[in-house]
Design a protein around this ligand. Structure first.
Ligand code: ACO
Length: 332
């Protein structure tokens, strides 16, 4: 059967977060910070943190189950599983463990790494497989456990992040609900935000030296990242809207990567989007990296805010640097 030229619909969403919630006051017990400082500069009030019994695969699988159920399909129906994460349980990738946990034995599964842009990059990647007729049912998960990788002695970064997972099911559809997208990268700004490998030289043979080491904690130049996001995110959303052939007034919801309330407010202001249309749940979860957009989407859908057929502009931005936007109508 020729599926080429098929449309795309996002038909289900789900999410998961660890049970342990740590508010800003609790953080001030272990570092020189305060609820006032964190909340006024970021909007974050608490974050969920994964304990030793939790894993990225567990969170991703739980989020996936919710999305599959809402879409009304079975795991066996899935053709592809994309896991957007920068914090896999296994450096070789964790998507296959999610596939096994779900019993999605017909699906090919792999990880995709684009930091906080991972969900939007994954959405566009999944869409290409559906548009070309290669696959019909795709599970896209954004999941991160950054609590493993932040430096808990660095108050400038550790207060920002939390752990979580969100997922969507994307399906071939007669009507195309993915209206437009734009993705961008700029590796020359990599130093602004990274989680880099650091190795020590080790002589293996007389004429062969390798390195062995580990990843260092996340580092960030907060002010540079702030300036980057506030400038580049409105641009990329405008480009996605242009490709979708709609104007900003046609957007029902603006859903940005949940990095910082001040970034959300500044981007909405630049685009002329009123605050009632801006989805935000970072007060409860902090910055959950690739999970933040689908986690917020799932809460907005299940809470009844986002309704079938409504138009949502999503935008992710972060390490790489990477940034991107997509515009879609919710549902079939
Ligand atoms: N509690 C109390 N004081 C703090 C804390 C804290 N948690 N963190 C920093 N400070 C202090 C600093 O030590 C500094 O004090 P000093 O002047 O005596 O040295 C002062 O506060 C100002 O520090 P800055 O780092 O300049 O703080 P800034 O006002 O830039 O705010 C923030 C930091 C919130 C990170 C801001 O730069 C920002 O919003 N950046 C955007 C980046 C972002 O949101 N990244 C999220 C991750 S990236 C992503 O998802 C794409």
């Amino acid at each position: 059967m020729d599926y080429s030229g098929v449309g795309i619909a996002i038909t289900g969403c789900g999410s998961a977060a660890p049970e342990t919630a740590i508010d800003n006051d609790r953080l001030s017990e272990i570092m020189d910070t305060s609820d006032e400082w964190i909340a006024s500069r970021t909007g974050i009030r608490q974050r969920r943190l994964s304990d030793a019994s939790g894993s990225l695969v567990q969170l991703a699988t739980e989020a996936a189950r919710g999305a599959i159920e809402m879409a009304g399909i079975e795991p066996i129906d899935l053709d592809l599983i994309l896991l957007a994460t920068s914090t896999p349980d296994d450096m070789f990738g964790s998507a296959c463990q999610v596939q096994a946990a779900l019993g999605a034995s017909q699906a090919v599964a792999f990880d995709l790494t684009a930091a906080c842009s991972g969900f939007v990059f994954g959405l566009v990647t999944a869409a290409q497989y559906i548009r070309t007729g290669t696959y019909r049912n795709v599970l896209l998960i954004g999941a991160d456990v950054l609590s493993r990788w932040v430096d808990w002695s660095d108050r400038r970064t550790c207060v920002l992040f939390g752990d979580g997972a969100g997922a969507v099911v994307m399906q071939a559809n007669t009507v195309d609900r993915l209206l437009g997208f734009e993705l961008r990268s700029d590796g020359s700004q990599h130093h602004c935000l990274n989680l880099a490998y650091s190795g020590e030289p080790k002589a293996l043979l007389n004429d062969c030296e390798i390195t062995q080491g580990q990843f260092r904690s996340l580092t960030m130049n907060g002010q540079e990242v702030y300036r980057f996001a506030v400038k580049r995110v409105p641009e990329v959303i405008e480009k996605a809207l242009f490709r979708a052939n709609i104007t900003v007034d046609a957007i029902d919801w603006l859903l940005l990567h949940q990095a910082n309330q001040r970034i959300l407010d500044a981007v909405a202001h630049r685009l002329g989007i009123p605050s009632e249309k801006v989805i935000s749940n970072l007060a409860k979860y902090g910055n959950t990296s690739a999970a933040s957009i689908p986690l917020a989407l799932d809460e907005a859908v299940r809470g009844g805010a986002v309704k079938l057929g409504e138009t949502i502009a999503v935008s992710g931005f972060g390490a790489g640097l990477t940034w991107g936007a997509a515009v879609f109508q919710w549902g079939r």
